[in-house]
Design a binder for this molecule. Structure first.
Ligand SMILES: [Zn+2]
Length: 556
């Protein structure tokens, strides 16, 4: 999901339906506690959307015409309710080509389905209006007007008739008509760009984009603007799901073109790094688009939208590009099945951006990133009040917070230290491979790591993900000269219950050598642990957490 915009000062299918196995993967998985933030429609599985969007050839697109056709696998449902803002005016609906009556309960449009079960139904909704959200249409003094989709988390319904929930992923065809002054970017691969003549001889372009992989509604977007397009060329060759390379490009307004490619010069390396670490790049291409998104960056599948104000020399920075690019795997290809598990998207993007730092800029820069992530975790009130997996979440306006970004990102780091690099990355790869183009819950990830490490990890996920807080530790050491024994005493507790921890202990020996050991500290209020080290003399000093893998308040 999105990287929050904290102002600008702080980075603050049927050939296509043969993909049914991917779709089925999305309904498998593990149940956890029920979500209060919606679910897929019972008895219906959307396979495909075709969105036709017609912008008028006028100075201001006061009315946009839409035709949204949903193709769904119907198990036993006798009606289909699609989410669609009440402010959009529905003209007509068709089911399997036949005109039918509709009703408009709340922000939805409902049609009756013909009798049947286990079949495929096609529901077309014809409507119009000027969306007030979801599709952000703005006047622009230089460009006339621009329009950018900005759907996260559940704002697709503001302009697209859909089953607007992350658990029901589908393929998309975008067929957009816009004035020839504008170009259209969208998810997927470009199928055609064809000049057309509209009313009164107006010049239009019909642009068709098509995805070959199912995505969720929060990521289904178009951008319509008089773009300047800078090709970054073929990147990450032989590292994509589809044969060949990953074509990347930067889409911006002509006035901001001069500042590009900036950090996007590293975009190829970033995709290559994550492809090697996780699995092949999942989509047809990757465009980096200057847009009017409310977020700093929004990871729309195959077409990342950034806040256009970031398109200036030296910005957006590599961390933001790496964060949004990591989402193409985590959040986009593997999507949380329920909103309370959004950390599977944001925590991963946060940590993988830090992993890019480690890869590109070395260990010290990586540890600096982790210190920043920890500091935000400890200074945000919500980490002490709510669990990362917040089953009480009932307001999607609150779905994004420090828990799901920073605390969850740091928790992945703790897990890596706990089970070691090889088991950690093996677990990541198997989790990704099992759920790509589908959905997952935290328990799916937990199982992948249990398999890769051969260890039970329920305790780990329970203490870090399913309860609020962080560790509060007083650590001290003592040297028994007679027994030549070094002991560490850890006292825990205060606001939160004790944690089971892995604590790095650096022993500076009498000769000045530094020896690092990791001690397992049990989840109890006081523990005294003998350090397994042979010393011949009193150590000069003992320090803790030299490797920045402690999440909490440490007094030593
Ligand atoms: Zn994000």
């Amino acid at each position: 999901m999105p990287f929050p915009s904290r102002g600008l000062t702080v980075p603050t299918l049927l050939a296509r339906f043969v993909l049914v196995p991917f779709v089925l993967a999305s309904v498998l998985g593990v149940q956890e506690s029920p979500s209060r933030t919606g679910a897929r429609r019972a008895g219906v599985d959307v396979l495909h959307y075709e969105f036709r969007v017609d912008f008028p050839a006028r100075a201001w697109p006061d009315t946009i015409r839409f035709a949204a056709t949903t193709t769904a696998l119907r198990r036993n449902a006798m009606s289909l309710a699609l989410d669609l803002a009440a402010s959009m005016q529905v003209d007509s609906t068709r089911v399997n080509g036949a005109r039918v009556a509709f009703t408009r309960p709340g922000d939805s449009v409902r049609v009756a389905l013909p009798s049947g079960s286990n079949d495929t139904v096609r529901v077309a909704v014809f409507y119009r209006g000027l969306p007030t959200d979801g599709l952000i249409v703005r006047r622009d003094t230089l460009l006339g007007w621009t329009a950018f989709g900005d759907n996260f988390p559940d704002r697709a319904r503001q302009w697209l008739a859909t089953v607007d929930h992350p658990s029901d992923k589908a393929l998309v065809d975008w067929i957009v008509r816009a004035p020839s002054t504008h170009r259209v970017i969208a998810n997927g691969a470009l199928v055609e760009e064809t000049p057309e003549v509209g009313a009164a001889g107006s010049r239009l372009v019909r642009t068709h984009w098509r995805t070959a992989r199912p995505i969720y509604t929060g990521l289904m977007v178009i951008g319509v603007s008089p773009f300047a397009v800078l090709e970054l060329g073929e990147t990450a060759c032989n590292l994509a799901e589809r044969a060949g390379c990953v074509r990347q490009s930067v889409w911006t307004s002509p006035s901001r073109r001069a500042a590009m490619p900036g950090s996007f010069a590293r975009a190829g390396d970033i995709v290559a790094f994550f492809s090697t670490l996780v699995g092949p790049f999942p989509y047809e291409q990757l465009a980096h688009v200057a847009s009017s998104t409310r977020f700093g960056g929004m990871e729309n599948a195959g077409a990342i939208f950034y806040d256009e104000r970031l398109f200036k020399p030296g910005s957006p920075g590599e961390s933001l590009i790496a964060h949004e690019t990591a989402h193409q795997w985590f959040g986009d290809a593997v999507t949380e099945r329920e909103w309370p598990h959004v950390w599977l998207s944001e925590g991963f993007a946060t940590y993988f951006a830090a992993l890019w730092t480690e890869h590109a800029h070395g260990d010290s820069a990586f540890l600096d990133d982790m210190r920043r992530i920890r500091s935000r975790t400890l200074t945000s009130p919500i980490t002490g009040e709510k669990a990362v997996i917040d089953t009480t979440l009932d307001d999607l306006a609150k779905v994004l917070n420090t828990n799901v970004y920073e605390k969850a990102g740091f928790t992945l780091h703790l897990l890596r230290r706990e089970i070691g690099d090889s088991a950690f990355f093996r677990g990541i790869r198997s989790y990704y491979a099992a759920h790509r183009h589908g959905n997952a819950l935290t328990a799916d990830l937990e199982r992948a790591f249990e398999r890769s490490s051969g260890r039970p990890l329920g305790w780990f996920f329970d203490q870090w993900m399913r309860r609020p807080g962080y560790a509060e530790v007083d650590a001290s050491w003592s040297w028994n000269a007679k027994a030549r024994r070094l002991s560490v005493t850890v006292q825990q507790g205060g606001r939160f219950a004790p944690y089971r921890l892995l604590l790095a202990v650096d022993v500076i020996t009498a000769s000045g050598a530094v020896k690092r050991l990791r001690l397992t500290v049990p989840a109890q209020s006081t523990s005294t642990i003998t350090v397994p080290i042979t010393l011949t003399a009193n150590p000069r000093a003992v320090t803790f957490d030299g490797d920045v893998s402690f999440l909490g308040v440490l007094r030593q």
